[in-house]
Design a protein. Structure first.
Length: 78
């Protein structure tokens, strides 16, 4: 975990750095995606959608695209 996340955990304060690439608008996870993953482990697509404030369908589209890219990479390696 990054040092900025560690300071938020130690102080139990929400992350104030909104331009950080790990910042999310979810106060239960101290506004940090890294803390969310550390705290909650594996999450459902619905939980991810809630944390990112986007629809479940959009998260599913992103997942499908990522899996497609991984499959293409795997074919390139073989």
């Amino acid at each position: 975990m990054r040092s900025c996340c560690n300071s938020c955990v130690v102080n139990n304060t929400n992350c104030p750095i909104k331009d950080c690439k790990h910042w999310i608008d979810h106060k239960d996870d101290l506004n940090c995606v890294l803390i969310a993953v550390e705290k909650n482990g594996s999450m459902t697509l619905r939980e991810v959608a809630e944390r990112l404030n986007i629809s479940f369908v959009r998260v599913k589209q992103i997942q499908d695209r990522a899996l497609s890219k991984l499959q293409l990479k795997e074919l390139e390696i073989i």
